[in-house]
Unconditional design. Structure first.
Length: 148
């Protein structure tokens, strides 16, 4: 051990150690960025708060957190509850429900989706993910975490 200690103190040993430490300091943040985040939030169905339910009743839609996603919950013209992913599939902008036009709209690039989440116009490459939403006998709205 005493023979190896002077080797670590040489220029070559110090340079090797410095390069190794630099590689670790660069690689660690990159690996941390690339690993998926753990699921946050509840793992089962999510019941909307009273304020969110009131917003759906008055404004006909609300954007609520469900698991790791944000979900657009709305009442269609026939009064049926629907739930779609609130992120546009083009570049991730937040969509909103236009009750008067019965469309889902993304203002970023003028994308339009029908009430089932299918692309009507614009650049999105695929439809919005659908979730299951229902209202119980007491008027509470529940959204499932799993897509429909």
């Amino acid at each position: 051990m005493a023979e190896k200690l002077p080797e670590l103190l040489t220029r070559r040993g110090f340079f090797g150690f410095s390069v190794g430490a630099w590689l670790v300091s660069v690689a660690y943040p990159m690996l941390r960025y690339l690993t998926p985040l753990p699921l946050a939030g509840p793992g089962g169905p999510v019941r909307l708060t009273r304020a969110e339910t009131t917003r759906v009743e008055k404004e006909k839609f609300a954007i609520v957190p469900v698991g790791r996603s944000r979900v657009l919950v709305f009442e269609d013209p026939s009064g049926e509850l629907r739930a779609l992913d609130a992120r546009c599939t083009h570049e991730g902008c937040t969509v909103r429900y236009l009750a008067r036009d019965a469309l889902i709209s993304c203002a970023c690039h003028n994308a339009r989706f029908d009430l089932d989440g299918r692309v009507v116009s614009g650049p999105p490459p695929r439809p919005l993910a659908r979730y299951t939403a229902f209202r119980d006998d007491e008027g509470n709205i529940t959204v499932s975490v799993a897509t429909a």
